[in-house]
Design a protein around this ligand. Structure first.
Ligand SMILES: Cc1cc2nc3c(=O)[nH]c(=O)nc-3n(C[C@H](O)[C@H](O)[C@H](O)COP(=O)(O)O)c2cc1C
Ligand code: SF4
Length: 365
């Protein structure tokens, strides 16, 4: 029987020709001013031409102080937006669909120069040490107003520019997941403590985006299905609450990931978060997307037959931008999950994936 992967699916008003999505993937060759490079345009064109269901952009920061790393693309300035528009036009010209991922890093900042506008590193809780070794400052009500307004401004601009949807990044330790995760949220006010309180600010951002872009514009959320340590037992319940709330606030789909995706790649687990996703499937009705470890048609069929609507992948597209064509041919991804593609290996070694040939003209080691 033909795989359901190659059947059309719906995310709100957006029709996808198949069930495979390229998950958000930071590009190694953005400029330090947060604009895109022509290599990004070419890469996105290539992925779109392969016929993938949809592409989610790299995580794009919504304001200068929301940035995570120096090689990240932004969606904060007119120049950054204009450069992302070039990527969008290339994807559309190739017949593809492009969803813009919007993020605020919170304390998850890796910039070595510790550049944070205003000198503060905002996070749900103050007094914590960030990856860039700065100490965090607790987000105030005024900060929340500004961040929610920045998300809304970016989402409205994305819609006006013709992006096929936006995705609110609530996963992988960035600001909104810092609120959701009890390991990083120690607040004692109405934004911390219970799952209801921890969801309050991410929920407010989602509701504000939905109100600003209208009910027919695709709005997706990416979220962690788990968290680190002992708190994960309770989080297994909390995630059901979060997903129900996200559905109630009118999101069109939830992409299910986990805090520990980085450590999972080499284990040859067919998909990382299927068990939690099954529990979420039983709790909500909106479309679900499973990311993490999607490598083979067999694994994909297992996910789709569990009632998950879509699968998404990142590293297989770094290995092979036309990953879907290989699945069509019955091949599995050659990705070995080494994650050497995270970071700017492209510029250092002239390649991004260890499996890639070093392109002509790039310096060799
Ligand atoms: C190089 C690289 C960059 C990534 N950039 C992002 C990003 O910008 N936003 C995001 O939500 N996830 C990002 N991820 C995580 C992926 O979207 C995905 O959740 C994770 O890699 C697991 O899927 P995979 O096993 O198919 O790679 C990145 C992963 C890699 C390897
Ligand atoms: S560098 Fe490693 S993890 Fe990244 S795409 Fe290549 S094989 Fe996969």
């Amino acid at each position: 029987m033909a795989s359901k992967l190659f059947t059309a699916g719906q995310i709100g008003s957006l029709t996808l020709p198949n069930r495979l999505i390229r998950s958000a993937t930071q590009d190694p060759f953005g400029h330090r001013d947060g604009t895109c490079d022509e290599k990004q345009v070419a890469l996105y064109r290539e992925i779109a031409e392969s016929g993938v269901g949809a592409i989610i952009t790299a995580y794009s920061y919504i304001s200068p102080e929301a940035r995570s790393t120096g090689i990240q693309v932004g969606f904060a300035t007119p120049e950054q937006r204009a450069s992302q528009k070039e990527v969008l036009e290339a994807v559309h010209a190739a017949g593809g669909r492009l969803i813009l991922q919007l993020m605020h890093a919170g304390m998850n900042v890796f910039m070595p120069e510790k550049r944070v506008e205003g000198g503060k590193l905002l996070a749900p809780s103050g007094g914590m040490t960030a990856p860039n070794e700065m100490t965090t400052t607790e987000i105030t009500a005024a900060d929340m107003d500004k961040i929610a307004a920045d998300f809304v401004d970016a989402a409205k601009a994305a819609k006006e520019m013709g992006f096929d949807g936006v995705q609110l990044h609530c996963a992988h330790g960035y600001l909104l997941s810092q609120f959701l995760d009890p390991n990083s949220n120690h607040r004692e006010d109405e934004f911390g403590g219970s799952a209801e309180n921890r969801f309050r600010f991410p929920g407010r951002c989602l509701a504000a985006i939905r109100e600003a872009v209208g009910k027919d514009y695709p709005v997706l959320v990416k979220i962690n299905t788990n968290c680190a340590g002992e708190a994960d037992g309770q989080y297994a319940e909390d995630i059901l609450y979060y997903c129900r709330q996200i559905e109630a606030l009118g999101a069109d789909a939830i992409e299910l990931s986990g805090y520990n995706w980085l450590g999972q790649g080499k284990k040859k687990v067919p998909t990382f978060y299927l068990e939690r996703s099954k529990a979420i499937r039983a709790a909500v009705g909106l479309p679900l997307i499973l990311v993490g470890g999607v490598r083979t048609l067999e694994g994909i069929d297992e996910v789709l037959s569990a009632g998950i609507d879509f699968v998404s992948a990142s590293r297989p597209f770094i290995c092979q931008p036309d990953f879907i064509k290989h699945l069509e041919a019955g091949e599995e991804s050659p990705c070995i999950g080494c994650t050497k593609c995270l970071g700017n290996i492209w510029s250092k070694e002239g390649r991004r994936c260890v499996k890639h040939e070093i392109p002509e003209g790039f310096p060799k080691e």
